[in-house]
Design a protein around this ligand. Structure first.
Ligand code: ADP
Length: 661
């Protein structure tokens, strides 16, 4: 093996830490290996699962084989000798009832010893890891196995023993991986006679429950259901009395994305989505078209109905598969922006050179043009979807809205298109589903801005004191509880000519809008009457606040905190401090403005005491309690828990007629 080749091979495995090895590296004997801890966990789960649709193991193995053929087809572009003598790719499913085995064979890229160890000892998919974490925390059980492909390891649901015999294309040696799950696995050199000339045989020694998969008709049905449209021909071979029968073709191996829409039925789409998406829910939306004109390419995309587990993976890659004239090139071309990373599917270009290297794709103008056009198309299809079936669209938005909203922040060019897609919970529609157009249509006379409030928890947001004055005036407020909301609102210029305004920032400026009916509660006291109290509170709180003011936005609560005008949103600041860890945390948050409600009886009685000459000393505890109450209303703890407890118990004691401690 040349050095460069070796490098590119190990690169694939680089991301996964190698499995623990107990033999000397490079040793030719049967090296014993342990599974990495998370793999062992997954295997344990699969073996003990009561998941009834165990047949999904077969689609996983066939999918892997199809990918292996795709990979070799690509490598052979630069190194045609790799497929010399056999350039027809195929997958055979071999049923040997007598021997109690079921095998999936392919003449794809194959794996060498290193790759067998790296690929079949660890878990590659970030989604699978996230899936395991979720299982551990919620115990949702095995129903998820079928929806989120767990890959190769699914074989252990039906097999007590799994053998993988593989020869990497171009290599002289073949290798045998073997495992009974419980005790890790071994890897050693395979006997030449049993090894494929190229590619991989995955042989399952079926367990008692797995015996049902020795029925050829059953296997045929399963392959048709899940793998009838993988782009490599699949055949069944029956072994009778030790002799292999003739291959019987199943599936058409057609590239369904290249067929006209009218020729493809829903089942075929569904099945292909399973293969290409690695997920097995129903697609919520299928987008299939052929772009013609300056550039020609076929597009077949799916919106999943269930968010994949790696949706919030920090890498944010959109893993569409790029083909050039049916040859798979890469799933790393970023054919869609990060905020559409939940899309699954294929783009197949007629115009790109076949020998394009993956590196060259990075700055390729054709890729950029396809990305632009496909992104626009996806957004317009989503818009149609929203107009056609509001309920289904709502479900889509609930699953993926938080991701799409990233686009509001990073894709200025398409911000209006994304605004049209966005749905919100608001004070008028706490259950969600409100569009900005709905909001604008319901704006009150003299209302000039689109009001919003951000926070961590949708339910708590709806109960925020900051909303009171807006509610009293019948003003609708968007309730934004996704972390990304703090970012896009900070950068948003406005929708339909109306600026976005936080109800928790700056002064409320609600004078121009009358209170609705008698919803308003008390009329605010004239500022003069609270001026002395304000001065005292401000002095008592010192640097904890940047100002203390009489509130326009409160009607029922005594106090609340808002961000100073012009500064960052309080929640954005908190998010940044959390993310930035030490440094940003050490910088501290900017001090909020404490608003007090002159119409509230507590504030009124404090104001009267202040007027009557009760000085800063007497009112200092009350000032701190007001401040802490406002913090608690935001879901935070008091500034100083011990001091809060003492003040609280002192006040209760004296209110109940006891003597101060
Ligand atoms: P995934 O397919 O999502 O990567 P799997 O656990 O199914 O996860 O497979 C792990 C890796 O093992 C694959 O990424 C691939 O590199 C390798 N692999 C599995 N089956 C085959 C095969 N038939 N031929 C070549 N490589 C394979």
């Amino acid at each position: 093996m040349t050095e460069t080749k070796k490098k590119s091979r190990t690169k694939d495995a680089k991301a996964r830490a190698a499995a623990t090895e107990t033999d000397a590296p490079g040793g030719a004997g049967e090296g014993a290996h342990e599974f990495r801890a998370e793999t062992a966990r997954l295997l344990h789960l699969l073996i003990h699962s009561v998941y009834s649709e165990r047949e999904v193991f077969l689609r996983e193995l066939i999918s892997n084989s199809a990918d292996a053929c795709d990979k070799l087809r690509y490598e052979a572009l630069a190194a045609p000798q790799l497929t010399a003598g056999d350039n027809t790719f195929r997958i055979n499913v071999v049923v040997d009832a007598g021997g109690g085995t079921l095998s999936v064979e392919d003449n794809g890229i194959g794996m060498d010893r290193e790759e067998l160890i790296a690929n079949l000892g660890t878990i590659a998919r970030s989604g699978t890891r996230a899936f395991l974490d979720r299982l551990a925390s919620s115990g949702e059980g095995s129903s998820l196995i079928g929806q989120f492909g767990v890959g190769f390891y699914a074989a252990f649901m039906v097999a007590r023993e799994v053998e993988v015999i593989s020869r990497r294309a171009g290599d002289a040696k073949a290798w045998r991986w073997h495992s009974t799950a419980g005790d890790g696995f071994t890897v050693g050199e395979a006997e030449q006679a049993t090894a494929p000339a190229r590619g991989t045989v995955v042989r399952l020694h079926l367990n008692e429950d797995g015996k049902e998969f020795l029925e050829p008709a059953r296997i045929e049905r399963i392959v048709r259901t899940y793998s009838g449209h993988v782009p490599v021909p699949v055949a069944i071979i029956e072994v009778k009395d030790g002799a292999r029968g003739e291959p019987r073709a199943i599936g058409d191996a057609s590239a369904i994305w290249r067929q006209p829409r009218s020729d493809v039925n829903e089942e075929a789409y569904q099945e292909f989505y399973g293969h290409v998406g690695g997920q097995f829910d129903q697609p919520a939306l299928t987008i299939h078209y052929r772009a013609e004109g300056r550039h020609e390419y076929a597009v077949l995309l799916f919106v999943p109905s269930m968010p994949p587990f790696d949706l919030f993976d920090p890498e944010r890659h959109a893993r569409l598969r790029l083909y050039v004239r049916r040859v798979f090139i890469t799933d790393q071309a970023d054919l869609l922006p990060g905020y559409l990373r939940f899309m699954r599917g294929v783009v197949d270009s007629e115009d790109m050179p076949l020998n394009i290297s993956r590196e060259m794709l990075q700055n390729n103008p054709l890729v950029a043009q396809i990305r632009k056009a496909v992104t626009n198309r996806v957004l317009s299809e989503l818009k149609k979807f929203s107009q056609k079936d509001a309920d289904a669209y709502r479900a889509f938005w609930d699953g993926f809205g938080a991701v799409l909203k990233e686009g509001l922040y990073e894709d200025m060019e398409r911000r209006d298109d994304l605004y049209a897609l966005a749905r919100f919970a608001t004070t008028s529609a706490p259950e969600g589903g409100r569009s900005l157009a709905d909001y604008v249509a319901a704006m009150k006379e003299n209302q000039t801005a689109i009001y919003y409030l951000t926070g961590d928890d949708a339910a708590r947001l709806a109960a925020s004191p900051q909303l009171e004055g807006f509610r009293a005036r019948g003003l609708e407020v968007l309730l934004l509880s996704d972390p990304i909301d703090s970012f896009w609102t900070a950068a948003a210029l406005g929708f339909d000519g109306k600026p976005f305004r936080s109800v928790a920032q700056g002064s409320a400026d609600l004078d121009a809008i009358p209170l609705a009916g008698d919803a308003g509660g008390e009329t605010p006291a004239p500022p003069g009457e609270v001026a002395i109290l304000i001065a005292i509170v401000k002095k008592a709180l010192g640097e904890a606040v940047s100002d203390v003011v009489a509130s326009q936005r409160l009607t029922a609560s005594a106090c609340c905190l808002v961000a100073p005008a012009g500064g960052p949103d309080r929640r954005l600041e908190k998010l940044l401090a959390r993310r930035g860890g030490g440094q940003a945390g050490a910088m501290g948050l900017s001090a909020p403005v404490l608003e007090i409600n002159p119409g509230h009886p507590l504030v009124a009685v404090l104001a009267a005491k202040a007027e009557g000459g009760a000085g800063a000393e007497k009112l200092s505890d009350a000032a701190w309690l007001l401040f802490d109450l406002a913090r608690i209303a935001e879901g935070e703890g008091p500034q100083d828990a011990a001091a809060f407890c003492k003040r609280m118990s002192d006040i209760m004691t004296s209110a109940l007629g006891g003597a101060a401690a």
